[in-house]
Each structure stands twice: as structure tokens, then as C-alpha cells.
Design a protein around this ligand. Structure first.
Ligand SMILES: Cc1ncc(COP(=O)(O)O)c(C=O)c1O
Length: 366
């Protein structure tokens, strides 16, 4: 049975088996939901801002999946704030022009406060990223980007970041560890909005970091652990437990959602009411641009019945949203862009609903 060592398991087996209880007679097969704020003295953890068995189970599973040491945070944004604290005060951060808009806002806030210099760059343009990385302290990669779906050459830009002495962080929310594992491409830190595909049911807000098993990665892990303990943006045990339960079926959900997305992207290409399709060739997010600008896009989003007009992504249910309705989205994101988070419903039903909403643009608005 030596060949069934956890490090040799495929992602599907890791998702199902990691973070379980030790197999002793009578033990539950699932991790416990531990709701204590404090513990009997002289154990490994004395207070629940520092540790919780439910966190440990989740972190074991996510760490095994990404190939590093995971830490769970209260939200993706809490994990982003913690990871950005790895840049020195006054340091230079290189980030995608079209990073998730919350990332854009926190970077702007930090720059305005004089805490860092931020260089925004097209993350798919390796030459531009290379130029921007000169003298940088931290590379913030996101690939594919939200919502423009640009894809970075991660191994190349991470290598340049390291040549410059910068720490390389990658928001892996869109690709998921099933699509790509940035630590294996040299990244020091991976960050996740667990809220999305990992938890997968649109019922929790949660975030995580995963650090590489290298000198830089281990040092980052210690700093992130300290940040979580002292800044206190800790995950609720209930949310963590739900996220772990959701993760058990992530491979099945992502496989189905990705197949649906590929088929919809194929059918949308050439649709009379679609000007442009953005689809990175993997994952479950597709973006389309419709003729008629902002009003037409809003009309499509509010006329679907199976697709829900809502923000967020990565759940079992299909969501549709015009991203520029958020004022913090950069003006380079087209007004008529609709982000589609494709779920696990029947693809023909998804198509009938979406096609019908798009065809409604053929008749005048009432
Ligand atoms: C790519 C990406 N990163 C980070 C976040 C922030 O995560 P959370 O909403 O869990 O704080 C989001 C949320 O939409 C996201 O899409």
C-alpha cells in the first residue's frame, strides 16, 4: 500500500480523503465542527484565534491539493490583505490591470496612503510585466483575470519576479488547484477566494493562502500565521466545515461546470447577439459582450430565468452579471460585458435560457 502515500494521490482522491479523522474505532469519518473559543491549558493551542481543529482539517485538504501549507482566513479579501502585508512598507507591487476589483481597491487604498507603489500592467503581456517588475518587491498575479479572463505566462513572470528579488503571489481562484498549481510553477504564495469554486455552493464567504515548501514560502507562512492571529480576520468554524464539505465534490462540480462552459462558449461564438466571447479554454467562467451597450447587457442579465442575475461565481448554480455595474471596476472593462459563472445544470436548459435572453435584444426594449 506504499504507493497510496498521500503525495502520490490524484486530486480527486485528495479532495475526498484529505483532512479526515484518524481511523480509530468509533471516530467520525468527518472532521469535527469545533465551536470552542478556548481550550484546556497546556495543549498545542490555547485560544481559538490561534487554531481550531476544523481549520486544521480544511487546511490539510487544501494544502495537499495545492502542494503547500494552507491557512484559512475569514474571506478572500482577508487573505489578500494578509498576503499584501508580505510587501515591505513603501515597497513596489506589480498587479494586473484587471485583477479582481476588490484587489484593485485595496491596492489603490494602500497606494493613496503612501504604504506602497503599485504598478498595474496587462498580466498577459510578459514583456510589459517584465519591465514593470524592475525593482519590485511583490508580484501579484491573477490568471485568468476577473472578469477579462486574460491568461498570464505564470512560470515566466514568476521567474522574472524572483530574479528581481520579489515575492510571487498568485490568486488562483478562477483556475482552481484542479486547473493549475502555481506553487509547482515557482510561486511563493497562492491565494484563494474559497467562497467560489472550492466551497462551491454560494453559502459561505471564506479565503485562504497556501505557501510553498521553500525558504521564502516557509517564511511567508510564518508571517501570514502571525498576521491572522494578530489582525484577527479568522474564519468561522461553521463556514470552514461547510467549505470542506463542499470541497469533497469539487472535482465533479468543476468537471461538469467546465464542460458546460466549453459548450456554451462554442455556441455563443458566432451568435447574432454576441459581439465577443472571452473564454480561456478552461474553467467555468465565460465573458460575453453584447451589442447595444450597458442597457442591452442589463436587459439580458435581468431576463434569464434559470441563470440568476447576481454577483459572485463558482457555485453549482449559474450566475450572470454585468461587471461595470460596480463603480470600482476599471473603465477598460467594457460596459456591455457580461460575466457568466457556469454551473452544473443541464447544458441544454442553460442554453435555451441564455439564448432566449440574448434573442430578446432583437425586439425593441419596452
Ligand atoms: C478572483 C477573486 N479573488 C478574490 C476575491 C475576494 O474573495 P471574497 O469575496 O471571498 O472576499 C474574489 C471575489 O469575487 C475573486 O473573484
Amino acid at each position: 500500500m506504499d504507493d497510496l502515500h498521500p503525495e502520490t494521490l490524484a486530486p480527486a482522491s485528495i479532495l475526498v480523503s484529505a483532512g479526515r479523522q484518524p481511523r480509530v474505532p468509533g471516530a467520525g469519518v468527518n472532521a469535527p465542527l469545533e465551536l470552542s473559543s478556548t481550550y484546556v491549558a497546556d495543549g498545542p493551542v490555547n485560544y481559538a484565534r490561534g487554531g481550531n481543529p476544523t481549520w486544521t482539517a480544511f487546511e490539510e485538504a487544501l494544502g495537499a491539493l495545492e502542494g503547500g501549507a494552507a491557512l484559512v482566513f475569514a474571506s478572500g479579501m482577508a487573505a489578500i490583505a494578509a498576503a499584501l502585508s508580505l510587501a515591505p512598507e513603501g515597497g513596489v507591487v506589480v498587479a494586473p490591470t484587471h485583477a479582481y476589483n476588490g484587489t484593485g481597491v485595496i491596492l489603490e487604498d494602500l497606494a493613496e496612503a503612501g504604504r506602497m507603489t503599485v504598478r498595474r500592467v496587462d498580466i498577459s503581456d510578459t514583456a510589459a510585466v517584465t519591465a514593470a517588475l524592475r525593482g519590485a518587491d511583490l508580484l501579484w498575479a491573477e490568471s485568468p483575470t476577473n472578469p477579462m479572463l486574460e491568461v498570464a505566462d505564470l512560470p515566466a513572470i514568476i521567474a522574472v519576479a524572483h530574479e528581481e528579488g520579489a515575492i510571487a503571489v498568485c490568486d488562483n481562484t478562477f483556475a482552481t488547484p484542479l486547473g493549475q498549481q502555481p506553487l509547482s510553477m515557482g510561486a511563493d504564495v497562492v491565494m484563494h477566494s474559497v467562497t467560489k469554486f472550492l466551497a462551491g455552493h454560494s453559502d459561505v464567504i471564506l479565503g485562504a493562502t497556501v505557501t510553498a515548501d521553500t525558504g521564502t514560502g516557509r517564511a511567508a507562512h510564518e508571517r501570514l500565521l502571525h498576521h491572522r492571529l494578530i489582525h484577527g480576520a479568522i474564519a468561522g468554524p461553521v463556514e470552514t466545515w461547510l467549505a470542506l464539505r463542499g470541497m469533497r465534490t469539487m472535482h465533479l462540480r468543476v468537471e461538469r461546470a467546465s464542460a458546460n462552459a466549453a459548450e456554451l462558449a462554442r455556441r455563443l461564438t458566432g451568435h447574432a447577439q454576441v459581439e465577443r466571447v472571452r473564454y480561456p479554454g478552461m474553467g467555468a467562467i465565460v465573458a460575453i459582450e453584447v451589442p447595444g451597450g450597458c442597457a442591452a447587457a442589463e436587459r439580458v442579465a435581468s431576463s434569464t430565468r434559470l441563470w440568476t442575475h447576481a454577483t459572485s461565481l463558482g457555485g453549482v448554480e449559474s450566475l450572470i452579471e454585468r461587471r461595470r455595474r460596480h463603480p470600482s471596476e476599471p473603465p477598460t472593462v467594457p460596459e456591455n460585458l457580461l460575466r457568466l459563472s457556469v454551473g452544473v445544470e443541464d447544458v441544454e436548459d442553460l442554453w435555451r435560457d441564455l439564448d432566449g435572453a440574448l434573442r430578446s435584444l432583437e425586439s425593441p426594449a419596452t
